[in-house]
Design a protein around this ligand. Structure first.
Ligand code: MG
Length: 405
């Protein structure tokens, strides 16, 4: 047995075009190659498949990409390319015309829609096995789960017995001479059909059904596209919250540090008491980062009893917290920070602080929010005894979903 496969990739896919920016579905990229190439790989893996004909749209450059694909990943069997026609059956006819002419070289043919990229070698072999038993037409089908009604002008005519119905798939397999003759007759007599087995039926040939596969779906409507992306990673958002306060002290007091906010020195502002450099905003930010990955707080990482942390730059603290989120498989995507203080005025420094925080987080500035407020004279900030800051960080964690193939 020497069977050829015909991969039909000439359709316009109008129902899907809006969801794919006008790209015909069979040319959509999936796992790095166009959809039709997935079917080609499956066919090439079956020992009895001797060659493949690709039917492409007449006006496309896709044959150039196909050449590159075949060069990068030699399927080990001859490949041919032909231009399709207006109707599906015109495209099939073009594909049949491209087969080796002697039956010895292509005694059987499998016709497959490129929009069914989940076809398996098991299914291809099941169709080939039945052809090898001497059937002229073999098609895969699956039981229908919906009740089907025959309807004319919105009036139900009848309800066929569901147990007798099958939804038909591709690849459909044929004896080459028989399907050729059937297509020639269809052209002569002007028959229009939606699958190739119908032509055999009209010519009076028996068509044998084998079990199809429920996974062998056809991508037809925009909502079908999600089937391609079940192997996409599971993305989980994580939110971390941070809070910090520092007391204002006179310059020259023990542990008094000039006020830094977001790594920016605010001259003529009160000093803060701190073991590190006392950057209340970066401390809140670091705790929010650690909150995303559930790794405690900066007091645990940088204890204020440690001499190493004496006057430590808070940029180092933020960087360590950021590295921990990265090592935990997270990508920080946004930060929103608020400074709460009666004095000093934050507005003159706001842009500089925001820019520096974005730099420390390696984020574009528009992914960082920075606000400042007072507490209307109430509480310790209202009494100008200190400064408070809060931060919220959003990160995403991507976990690869189990591959489906
Ligand atoms: Mg602090």
């Amino acid at each position: 047995m020497r069977a050829w496969g015909i991969i039909l990739a000439a359709g316009q896919g109008r129902r899907l075009a809006a969801a794919t920016n006008g790209i015909a579905k069979q040319f959509l990229g999936w796992k790095g190659v166009p959809l039709y190439w997935h079917s080609a790989r499956v066919f090439a893996r079956c020992a009895r498949i001797a060659g493949l004909v690709f039917v492409l749209p007449p006006d496309s450059d896709e044959h150039l990409r196909l050449e590159q694909l075949a060069e990068a990943e030699d399927p080990g069997i001859p490949l041919k390319v032909v231009a399709g026609g207006a109707l599906r059956q015109d495209s099939v006819f073009a594909g049949l015309s491209a087969l080796p002419m002697t039956c010895r070289d292509a005694d059987h043919v499998l016709i497959h829609d490129a929009a069914r990229p989940f076809v398996t070698p098991f299914l291809v072999n099941r169709v080939l096995d039945m052809l090898a038993e001497g059937h002229d037409g073999v098609i895969p089908g699956i039981p229908v789960t919906d009740t089907i009604k025959l309807v004319r002008e919105d009036i139900v005519q009848s309800t066929p017995d569901r147990s007798l119905l099958r939804a038909v798939q591709t690849p459909q397999g044929f004896t080459t001479a028989v399907i050729r003759k059937a297509h020639e007759r269809a052209r002569k007599e002007g028959w229009e059909v939606t699958d190739d087995a119908s032509l055999l039926e009209r010519c009076g040939h028996a068509v044998r059904m084998v079990e199809g596969e429920t996974g062998n779906c056809k991508l037809t409507r925009p909502e079908d596209l999600h089937m391609l992306y079940t192997a996409a990673p599971v993305v989980t958002p994580c939110t971390g919250f941070g809070y910090d306060v520092h007391r204002y002290v006179e310059a020259g007091e023990p542990d008094a540090r000039p006020l830094h906010l977001g790594g920016i020195l605010l001259e003529r502002a009160p000093h803060v008491r701190a073991h590190s450099d006392g950057d209340v905003l970066l401390h809140a930010l670091a705790d929010a980062l650690l909150g995303c990955c559930g790794q405690g707080d900066i007091g645990q990482l940088f204890p204020d009893t440690s001499a190493d942390c004496d006057n430590l730059s808070s940029a180092i603290i933020v960087d360590e917290a950021l590295q921990r989120t990265l090592r935990a498989g997270m990508e920080v995507v946004h930060a929103d920070l608020t400074i709460i203080a009666e004095i000093p005025r934050i507005a003159p420094f706001r842009d500089e602080i925001r820019l520096n925080v974005a730099r420390l987080l390696r984020l574009p500035t528009d992914r960082v929010g920075l606000k400042a407020t007072t507490e209307e004279g109430m509480g310790f900030t209202g009494r100008k005894e200190g400064i408070r800051a809060v931060a919220v960080v959003t990160a995403i964690r991507s976990v690869p979903r189990e591959q489906t193939d």
